[in-house]
Design a protein around this ligand. Structure first.
Ligand code: BES
Ligand code: ZN
Length: 948
């Protein structure tokens, strides 16, 4: 991940500071004002103020209480959900943007929520780090006795049934390094409000079930900020005295505050006119810094493809006159779906053949589509509370996965998605941070944007699509859009639509949302040749996870085929189930189930969980021959790949044992032969061949070991790579040569696939490290055809002691030193390189002028790559990697707690390692817990140690 030069916008301003006030200095210290039990009790906020310290005169700072006591941060629970006491009918905001701060005036039209059971003479509004100027109800300035400042916000007292609330605050975007709320990135102002950042902008019922139309006015200096953007459609704009100007925006669609956005800066745009299926004209714009204007076309093309696709597949059209995207360099996440004004990490907008890899292009297409799709799944229909996050994220990931599958290679997309799920989500689900797709509690919601909520959440939607079939699933989606447009709803509401549209009982299916842990399917079979009967038994079990045990049986879609000895699909007959193209969709719903197939002429090879029909682990006693058979013949492409991965996994795990025993590492001939077949196959899809040739990752493999043995795994994987290269060198070199791209760089499935295969072959060859293969790598680097091939070569050069290493890295730096996104690649290859001195090098790179702890892309590129993509050295037995991680987390936490907490997760599965490493990791967690950690970091550390 990447961003441009981390402009921190902290220029000294000689003028009097607009926000010259004490900043809340306390982090870990918390007070309990005894909210629990009060009506509309807010979750604990991080910054604290005392009612008596604040007078309602302008400029009077919100100061800290002195009577604080240490306490663990509060846990927020789904079971405590209460509807909001008040609804907001209209919002008017005015932003006066200055170099030394921003003045935010707010006017809200408010009424009691008829659905709220209690009295509503009080109203709690969230607010953090706000310098209160004044408050008014129905135009009357409030006195100290009219409200109370409480932990994380403000409580208005003695309210009428309906009223207008107005207020003014000062905030300090130039001091905001957490990148949440209103902040500065380079020379611009921008916002990030999801999940709870709006409360750092103004007083507000900052919860997703309060939806309102917004009118926004922005005032700023014309020369520095010619572009002023917010949500919705543009309204009036014009000049103001003293070189300033203003712009107004109206968003007619009621939205929760987390979808609010504002951007002000000196930006250029590219523009496209789009006409929706029903003929509504929409003006699409992508805004970037001037120097990036020629790198936006792929993002714009992706947006147009996504808009068409949503019309064709779901009948969903865009609903405003304009759709704006802004790329910013400092961004915690990938991108954000603010209504009508998506804000993107520049990494997911900017691309050219010279600067971006195929992977980057695919990322742009997927993320642009994802944020666009949120307009219906997230914005028009949003989440009732943050426990429902997967309602929008899981569903929208499912939609973007399907979109990418339609744009490129469906088979490859599925494999990539499952690889990601198995590597990261299965690991999360088996560790101390395991949580259901719909969590039931959290300390810091920012810690719950997880692979479980996103990727497992997408699988949960995919399973419903599979169980219902395409027509009923579409009817269910139509019903969801019709029934809940304009509402804030729950995952139950979603499943209820699927149930209503299909007439099926999905109550057992709901367990997928409510329980954590990866279900395990124990499969056994028996063939009776005399009776020509084949019996298949499946036992399901879900492991215990923190706070959950004895889980019920789920409804699991289990797609299956049976192969005969020639590799063909057998004809399958089971009463009540129709086979489609040789596959049956079985439905598991009991702890143990047996299926009896009749008229089976020979003992079949079962092809289980075709297409990965459910996010489960399958345990079946394959023989190597059966796996080779599936790998060669299965009509299901996913299972051909999966059989190959299982075979590779077995070989690697056997080699680890051999490595431990000190015996020689030899790779079976049958595997080499199977790999030769793939390498020499000139008819198949290149990208699928590349997938088959890619070894299972260290993280995934480690899960099959009682104690993760990093050195053993590394040695075994390298041994396989080397043995294959050694045995097949001539074939690999030949095929590598054939796959050379002629003609210009093209980003389509076929060309991407060829490059991927070619670079996979090169990686095998590089493991030989002889003069010929060294030259191939150096030659590809020097040819510099496109960034995909350049980076593939550079990452091989950066490993070990390639003779061209130093020169290549220096040349790259000289060429790209001023391009932040490209420099992130340069940081990344060095941090993930397998070299004894890598940690030393990472330390040195942290001093590089292009590095900054304040820029999340930089942190991910360098520190993130070392801790997540360099397992061998991160897990160094002396604990140096762990100490380094804790050092960085402690340094980063005061700057950006979200990014710090994410980094710390690299140690979450510490119990999976040997005792020595466990002790070393525990020590670092304890060190972190002894610091004044943020809620974000505290939650990860405490839950990892299972003390939360
Ligand atoms: N809504 C999120 C972005 C977000 C998450 C902002 C958490 C603030 C806090 C957005 O829709 C999203 O999910 N983005 C993903 C990329 C997507 C393709 C999965 C991201 O940013 O990683
Ligand atoms: Zn999303």
């Amino acid at each position: 991940m990447v961003a441009t030069a981390p402009g921190d916008g902290q220029r000294e301003n000689p003028d009097r500071k607009m926000t010259d006030r004490p900043r809340p200095p306390l982090r870990r210290t918390r007070i309990d004002h005894g909210f629990a039990g009060e009506k509309a009790a807010p979750p604990a906020g991080q910054n604290v103020s005392c009612a008596n310290d604040v007078l309602n005169s302008p400029g009077n700072p919100v100061t800290q209480c002195t009577d604080m006591k240490e306490a663990a941060p509060r846990t927020i629970r789904l079971s405590d959900y209460q509807p909001p006491s008040h609804l907001v009918q209209k919002v008017r905001l005015t932003f006066d943007l200055r170099e030394d701060g921003a003045r935010v005036s707010s006017w809200l039209q408010v009424r009691k929520n008829p659905a709220f059971a209690g009295e509503a003479d009080q109203w709690f509004l969230y607010g953090e780090e706000l310098d209160l100027q004044w408050l008014a109800v129905d135009g009357r300035r409030l006195q100290a006795s009219d409200y109370r400042l409480e932990e994380g916000g403000l409580r208005l007292l003695d309210l009428p049934q309906t009223f207008e609330f107005s207020s003014e605050v000062l905030i300090a975007p130039h001091e905001n390094t957490a990148l949440e709320g209103l902040y500065r990135s380079g020379g611009m102002f921008c916002t990030q409000c999801e999940a709870e950042g709006f409360r750092k902008i103004t007083w507000y019922p900052d919860r997703p079930d309060v939806m309102a139309p917004f009118e926004v006015r922005i005032e700023a200096e014309q020369a520095r900020y010619p572009v002023l953007l917010s949500n919705g459609n543009p309204g009036a704009s014009g000049d103001l005295p003293q070189g300033r100007h203003f712009a107004e925006w109206h968003d007619p669609f009621p939205k929760p505050s987390y979808l609010f956005a504002l951007v002000a800066g000196d930006l250029r745009f590219i523009e496209r006119d789009y006409s929706t299926a029903s003929g509504r004209p929409v003006r699409l714009r992508i805004y970037v810094e001037p120097e990036n204007i020629d790198r936006c076309d792929y993002a714009m093309d992706s947006l147009v493809r996504a808009m068409r696709w949503d019309e064709e597949k779901y009948g969903r059209e865009y609903d405003l006159d304009v759709f704006n995207i802004v790329a910013v360099n400092d961004f915690n996440m990938g991108a954000m779906e603010n209504k009508g004004l998506n804000v993107f990490n520049s990494k997911f907008i900017l691309a050219s053949a010279a600067t971006a890899t195929d992977h980057d292009f695919q990322g742009i297409e997927g993320v642009v589509a994802h944020e666009y799709f949120h307009n219906w799944t997230g914005n028009r229909i949003t989440c009732r509370d943050w426990f429902q996050l997967s309602l929008k994220e899981g569903l929208t990931v499912y939609r973007d996965q399907e979109f990418s599958a339609d744009m490129g290679s469906r088979g490859v997309k599925r494999i990539d998605d499952v690889r990601l799920l198995r590597a990261h989500q299965f690991a999360e689900d088996a560790g101390p941070m395991a949580h259901p797709v719909r969590p039931d509690s959290y300390i810091e919601i920012n810690n719950f944007y997880t692979v479980t909520v996103y990727e497992k959440g997408a699988e949960v939607v995919r399973m419903q699509a599979r169980l219902l079939g395409p027509e009923a699933f579409r009817r269910g989606m139509d019903l969801y859009f019709e029934r809940h447009d304009g509402q804030a709803v729950t995952t139950e509401d979603f499943v209820a639509c699927m149930q209503a549209a299909s007439g099926r009982d999905l109550s057992r299916f709901r367990h997928w949302y409510d329980y954590a842990g990866t279900p395990q399917l124990q499969v056994s079979d028996a063939y009776d040749g005399d009776r020509r009967e084949y019996r298949l038994s499946v036992r399901q079990a879900v492991p215990d996870t923190p706070g959950q045990s004895d889980k019920p049986a789920y409804l699991i879609p289990f797609a299956l085929g049976l192969l005969d000895s020639r590799g063909a699909d057998m004809d399958l007959k089971l009463p009540g189930i129709e086979a489609r193209e040789g596959s049956l969709m079985l439905e598991l719903r009991a702890t143990e189930q047996t299926f009896l197939f009749e008229g089976v002429a020979e003992k079949p090879v079962p092809s289980l969980l075709r297409g990965f029909s459910a996010p489960v682990k399958v345990d079946y006693a394959w023989s190597d021959e059966q796996l080779l058979h599936l790998m060669a013949f299965d009509s299901d492409g996913f299972n051909r790949w999966d059989a190959g991965q299982t075979l590779l996994q077995r070989v690697i795990l056997r080699l680890v044992d051999a490595f431990r025993a000190g015996s020689g590492l030899s790779v079976p001939h049958s595997l080499i032969d199977a790999i030769r077949t793939i390498v020499c196959d000139r008819d198949g899809e290149s990208a699928l061949a590349a997938e088959l040739l890619t070894l299972p990752g260290m993280g995934y493999l480690g899960d099959f070991m009682p104690v993760v043995d990093i050195e053993g795994l590394h040695a075994a994987r390298e041994a396989v790579r080397h043995a294959v290269a050694d045995a097949l060198k001539a074939d690999l070199v030949q095929r590598y040569g054939e796959l050379q791209d002629e003609g210009p760089y093209q980003v389509d499935a076929e060309h991407i696939g060829r490059r991927r295969l070619r670079n996979t072959l090169l990686a095998y060859l590089a493991s030989l490290a002889d003069s010929e293969t060294d030259q191939l790598v150096a030659g590809q680097y020097a040819a510099g055809h496109n960034m995909t091939d350049v980076m593939a070569a550079l990452s091989l050069l950066a490993e070990g002691e390639h003779p061209q290493r130093a020169q290549a890295l220096a040349g790259f730096e000289a060429r790209w030193g001023r391009d932040a996104l490209v420099m992130d690649k340069w940081f990344g290859v060095q941090a993930s390189a397998n070299r004894a001195s890598v940690l030393h090098e990472v330390h040195a790179l942290m001093q590089h002028p292009a590095f900054s702890l304040k820029n999340p892309n930089k942190v991910r590129a360098l520190i993130g790559a070392f801790v997540n993509a360099n397992p061998l050295h991160f897990h160094a037995a002396d604990g140096s990697g762990y100490r380094f991680l804790a050092d960085q987390v402690l340094a980063l936490d005061p700057v950006n707690p979200q990014i710090a907490a994410r980094l710390l997760r690299a140690m979450a599965r510490w119990r999976r390692f040997d005792e020595g490493r466990q002790g070393l990791m525990r020590e670092q967690f304890e060190r972190v817990l002894q610091s004044e950690a943020s809620k974000d970091v505290y939650e990860v550390a405490a839950k990892s140690l299972e003390t939360a």
